[in-house]
Unconditional design. Structure first.
Length: 181
């Protein structure tokens, strides 16, 4: 029975990593991708994009909450400080952004439709993207191989807010300040 369970675990691990190349895991059949990614990425200077460092330590995300603005370019630098591989994943979040590229140790992937990134121990994966859809997106970190007593899933949230517009504010008018009896 133990060898059957071990074989099933190895098969599951192989299936889980089969679609991963250069740190990115592509599962396009599970999600919607943003339409016309080329148009949304045109003209972006990635050197000027806001860099956000995300650290995985003991299976947890730090920071647990990240706030982004719709329409802006960002670079997530996801660093795995653990001794085992971690998967940073959220099909909902990745379907709300357009990925320019992801890279680890100089190996690049330009797959625009991903659902997660695999981060090897003591490595950092960079993801260049534009936040497209506003909303609140749960993200999680899943350990692939971990010591037996460590937790398996860490949780966080990425919020994408609509751009601020000063014209959207309703200012008080002289009539609205009058006290009516």
């Amino acid at each position: 029975m133990g060898s059957l369970r071990r074989a099933a675990g190895i098969l599951g691990l192989c299936l889980a990593t089969a679609s991963c190349t250069s740190g990115t895991c592509s599962m396009t059949w599970l999600q919607e991708c943003v339409d016309d990614p080329g148009r949304r990425l045109r003209g972006i200077n990635w050197l000027e994009a806001e860099k956000i460092d995300i650290r995985i330590r003991d299976g947890e995300l730090q920071p647990m909450t990240v706030r982004l603005s719709q329409g802006k370019p960002y670079v997530f630098r996801v660093q795995n400080r653990d001794d085992w591989s971690q998967r940073f994943q959220s099909a909902d979040f990745f379907s709300a952004i357009v990925v320019g590229k992801s890279s680890v140790d100089g190996a690049e992937s330009k797959e625009p439709c991903i659902s997660s990134v695999m981060v090897e121990p003591e490595k950092t994966v960079e993801i260049e993207f534009v936040a497209v859809r506003d909303g609140r997106y749960p993200v999680e970190v899943r350990s692939i191989l971990k010591p037996p007593m460590m937790p398996g899933v860490g949780h966080g949230v990425v919020g994408i807010r609509q751009p601020f517009s000063p014209f959207a504010l309703s200012l008080p008018t002289p009539d609205s300040r009058r006290l009516r009896l």
